[in-house]
Design a binder for this molecule. Structure first.
Ligand code: ADP
Ligand code: MG
Length: 287
């Protein structure tokens, strides 16, 4: 069994009036199955309201299934006794870094998690150092978080989660509030955690260009996983992605249009370099 296993998951938000009568039901996650292995880098894509955050909250025992089962590192999230183990196994990073940073100094902030877990003081400092280094923020350890850029703050939040030594980190649109530079910094840090530390990464985003490094991409729509595969397999389905209101990267769109014009280009081009290569091959053979 993988580090995150989801079987036949359904989650309903139930709205009630003042008397407690049911006014309406939203099925936010509808029959989802996932099996994510330790060390995987997985992305979840989907437009607003497709159910991404609701799904993610099940990975951290913030929400519990209406139907179906979620196991984190083999533990059923609905078994109350595992809540703290589960929250330590799967750390969460949210959209707004300002809501996640509580310390007055960067290194203090990163130390809060392990301190609450009862980690001995000496080890807390070791963890703070290693976590800040892992996200490239060690030189800012004595700074006030208020003065940092959005991308830097978000990397400090990530360090705070890493300091609790999770096996898995779930990031719910961590770059949504950042400028392009901040987004790049955060994605680079997340990739390093996966590649160097072998931490399982679940990255939720609606920026398609952020998912090209993942092992696997799941695309959600109306609570369902409607498309899944490697980034290349998913990006090959340009028309479907447009239907799902996702912004397909320009280079992928261009390759798709050229292909439609009859130029033999492989499906699912992800980068400018790949397109350049494909066009070079075409030029040598046909032009
Ligand atoms: P995403 O993260 O992909 O934008 P969400 O999981 O936030 O999607 O939302 C999925 C659906 O559930 C949407 O229709 C949304 O309106 C609804 N929803 C989300 N949170 C709540 C809530 N707390 N109460 C009721 N409905 C909710
Ligand atoms: Mg969301």
């Amino acid at each position: 069994m993988g580090i995150i296993k989801v079987k036949d998951l359904i989650f309903e938000y139930i709205r009630r009036d003042e008397e407690g009568n049911v006014e309406g039901i939203t099925t936010a996650v509808d029959d989802v199955n996932l099996d994510i292995r330790q060390g995987d880098f997985v992305s979840i894509l989907g437009h607003n309201g497709s159910g991404k955050s609701t799904l993610a909250k099940h990975f951290n025992a913030i929400l519990y299934p209406t139907e179906g089962t979620v196991w984190i590192d083999g533990r059923d999230t609905q078994q109350g006794e595992y809540v703290w183990d589960i929250r330590q196994t799967a750390g969460m990073v949210f959209q707004n870094p300002d809501n996640q940073i509580i310390g007055q100094i960067v290194e203090e902030d990163v130390g809060f998690g392990p301190e609450n877990m009862g980690v001995p003081t000496k080890e807390i400092w070791e963890r703070v150092e290693e976590s800040l280094k892992a996200v490239g923020m060690y030189e800012y350890r004595k700074h006030s978080p208020n003065k940092l850029s959005g991308g830097q703050k978000q990397r400090v939040s990530i360090a705070g989660v890493i300091a609790m030594h999770p096996k898995c980190i779930v990031l719910d649109e961590p770059t949504a509030m950042l400028d392009p530079k901040g987004r790049k910094e955060v994605i680079r840090a997340v990739r390093a955690l996966n590649e160097v530390e072998n931490i399982t990464v679940v990255l939720i985003t609606h920026y398609m260009e952020e998912v090209i490094y993942s092992d696997r991409v799941y695309v959600m729509d109306k609570g369902h996983v409607t498309l899944q595969g490697t980034p290349r397999e998913v990006f090959a389905q340009v028309d479907r992605l447009k239907e799902l209101r996702l912004d397909v990267p320009q280079v992928t769109l261009l390759a798709h249009e050229l292909k439609k014009e009859g130029i033999p280009i492989p499906d699912g081009i992800l980068t400018k370099e790949e397109l350049r290569e494909a066009l070079d091959v075409y030029r040598q053979n046909f032009a």
